[in-house]
Design a protein around this ligand. Structure first.
Ligand code: ADP
Length: 161
């Protein structure tokens, strides 16, 4: 890597919808990397509640105005997205031991696919360890208040559903 080259990481996820836990991972990631590309995965096998454009839109709105952060959607291999974006790292967040197994498998698989790309993990802020997109969807669908757990851009979409 050249001395003046920007360190870029991809932060991939389903973001169905983006939560303040995700935002916290981004903030922490920016301490390690100069530029973050948030990769919103199509993930049709997860049958997301929000369509891809809506998920991407909520992410873009959340970080509008911060030129260190960019958001794109993707449906191919993560390591290919990383290469296309000039990123040599993948950023992920860990909440609890239960996240570890899946994250470990994914990181190992991605390393097999491209030895040059490292996966970096940051730990969730304590008060967001229980926050997941699934939890937000469930609470919101039952009329619960999640306004302190998601970025503003998400609220109109939750109220619609
Ligand atoms: P995926 O379907 O790829 O797991 P998610 O949108 O659920 O996508 O999560 C993306 C990443 O963000 C994962 O690494 C996940 O562990 C992390 N993450 C999600 N919620 C939190 C949170 N509250 N604190 C820290 N990391 C989180």
């Amino acid at each position: 890597m050249k001395p003046n080259q920007k360190r870029t990481a991809i932060y991939p996820g389903t973001f169905d919808p983006i939560t303040l836990g995700h935002v916290d991972v981004v903030r922490r990631g920016l301490k390690l990397f100069d530029r973050l590309v948030i990769g919103v995965a199509a993930n049709p096998n997860k049958q997301p509640m929000f369509d891809l454009d809506t998920r991407l839109g909520m992410v873009c709105q959340t970080f509008a105005g911060d030129e260190r952060i960019e958001a794109v959607s993707f449906d191919g291999l993560l390591v290919e997205l990383a290469r296309d974006q000039g990123a040599n790292a993948i950023l992920r967040g860990l909440r609890a031991a239960s996240d570890f197994e899946y994250e470990f498998q994914m990181a190992t698989m991605n390393r097999r696919l491209d030895e040059e790309i490292e996966t970096a993990f940051v730990m969730a802020r304590e008060d967001y360890t229980f926050v997941s997109s699934r939890f937000i969807r469930e609470i919101a669908s039952m009329g619960g208040d999640v306004s302190e757990l998601v970025p503003e851009a998400v609220l109109p979409h939750l109220n619609k559903s």
